[in-house]
Design a protein around this ligand. Structure first.
Ligand code: SF4
Length: 308
């Protein structure tokens, strides 16, 4: 688990991430469970498990490259780390076997190793916005291109373990990378563009070796524009203000105000389905968030919420 070190200038301000805003916009009750009661499901879904472990193993791999290891040794480091996770028995073996096969294939075709200089791996960035709230994020990877037409450019890379690849529309409408760009630029890096580095989780472990790289991996440029960055930040600020106002209410009122979306498409993959149904049946929230749930321990990554 990555330890979060908070900036000393933060003062009384709250940190609000893209994940929290996304959760609030998706379903206010889901946000209540995750960010007010700070719970997560003990039993993780396949997609969430693959997302969390996959990110962790890729961080080990890219940190090893950053430290000067060659690709082969960095891969060994990553796989050693994954073996340790197997031993911990926290995740189901099928999900871990899928991560093993995917990472194995991923590293064999990875062009970031060698073609870029690794600048940051799993680093937290902050954007001070008001005295009440800052924007906080955890970046997967920041690189400087060493070859090709982008040589010398600083690029954000966000790993996505995803069942199917994003469409152009999905990418165009995703506000995460424009917000990331603003925070990383604030830290002094001249970010040129961002890429989503997609790793497809659709196939079971035993079929992955039969798939082509094009079936499994896709790195898409986000094409950051000034208006997109501005819009994404503006929406982040508006929702952050709403979240802060909500937090000022007594807890009973926060529970009442957190209206559940109760939408079949959205609820289907929600880790709080059973707690939510119990609340609908009249159980108090504290009781509904019973033994199936534990205190949430992850930082700012989207995987903590929905495994995408
Ligand atoms: S099950 Fe649906 S309504 Fe309930 S918390 Fe989850 S997303 Fe919200």
């Amino acid at each position: 688990m990555t330890v979060v070190t908070l900036p000393t200038e933060l003062g009384e301000a709250s940190l609000i991430s893209n994940s929290e805003v996304d959760s609030f916009l998706t379903c206010e009750r889901k946000h209540l469970f995750s960010f007010v009661f700070e719970r997560e499901a003990k039993k993780k879904s396949r997609s969430l498990s693959i997302g969390i472990v996959g990110h962790e193993v890729l961080a080990v791999y890219y940190r090893a490259l950053q430290a000067g290891m060659n690709k082969g040794d960095a891969e060994k480091e990553a796989m050693r780390h994954l073996t340790g996770i197997f031993r911990e028995d926290e995740y189901d073996p099928d999900s871990l076997a899928t991560v093993y096969s995917l990472i194995n294939r991923y590293i064999s075709q990875d062009t970031l190793a060698g073609g870029t200089r690794i600048l940051e791996v799993e680093t937290d960035f902050y954007l001070p916005i008001t005295e009440e709230y800052w924007y906080a994020m955890r970046l997967d990877l920041l690189v400087e291109a060493l070859v090709g037409s982008l040589r010398g450019k600083v690029l954000l890379v966000d790993h996505k373990f995803t069942y199917d690849f994003y469409t152009e529309d999905d990418l165009q409408l995703n506000p995460q990378m424009p917000k990331y760009a603003a925070a990383v630029r604030h830290a002094g890096y001249p970010v040129y563009d961002a890429y989503i580095n997609q790793i497809r989780t659709r196939f079971p472990a035993h079929l992955i070796e039969k798939k082509t790289s094009a079936d499994l991996f896709s790195r898409m440029p986000v094409d950051l524009t000034v208006p997109r960055v501005r819009s994404a930040l503006s929406h982040q600020m508006i929702i952050s203000k709403r979240i802060i106002e909500r937090r000022k209410m007594p807890i009973e009122l926060q529970i009442e105000e957190a209206v559940p979306v109760l939408n079949k498409m959205i609820c289907r993959n929600c880790p709080f389905k059973s707690a939510c149904a119990m609340v609908e049946d009249g159980l108090p929230v504290e009781k509904a968030l019973g033994p199936e749930y534990k205190i949430r321990k992850y930082g700012y990554s989207k995987e903590e919420i929905d495994g995408s």
